[in-house]
Every structure is written in C-alpha cells, then in structure tokens.
Ligand binder design. Sequence first.
Ligand SMILES: [Zn+2]
Length: 91
Amino acid sequence: MRRFRIWRRRHAHDPLVCRAFVELVTDYLEGALPQEERVRFEAHLAECDGCTGYLEDMRRLIGSLQEAPEPPPDPATREALLRAFRELRDA
Ligand SMILES: [Zn+2]
C-alpha cells in the first residue's frame, strides 16, 4: 500500500503532461517544435516510460508510412474488379 501511494504521488502530475506530450509528438517528429517546447518535451520523455513508448510507436508509424506509401489505385485493377462485381450482380 505504501509503495502504491509513493507511486501515485510521483506520477500525480503525469496525466496532464502526458496529454500535452501526445499533442506535441507529430510537431516534434517533424522538427516543428520551438526550442523551449522541445526542451520540455525531452525532459518529460526522460522521466516517462509511457510517452517514450508512444513516441517510438509514432516514429515507427510515420516511418512505415514514408517507406510504403499507399499505392494509387490502379485503373486496370479497379476496372477488372468492377466488371467482376457487375457480373456477380447480373448473374
Ligand atoms: Zn508521459
């Protein structure tokens, strides 16, 4: 019980800070944060495992989006699919 209360007190400020953190993550990854914000961001990162994990997830997500962009729809494929659906419907 005592350990739980210590944990609570140490992390009492976290929910609000973490929410601010989440809102800043994309700006941070794009390098769009002002210096002062970035310092606060990295200070929070140093003491919050949850946000460290979140940042890693976002970085992976953004990296995967950049490496494998959604392919534009292929007109030939789309036409073949539409034809198949039409044939199914009319059958
Ligand atoms: Zn946090």
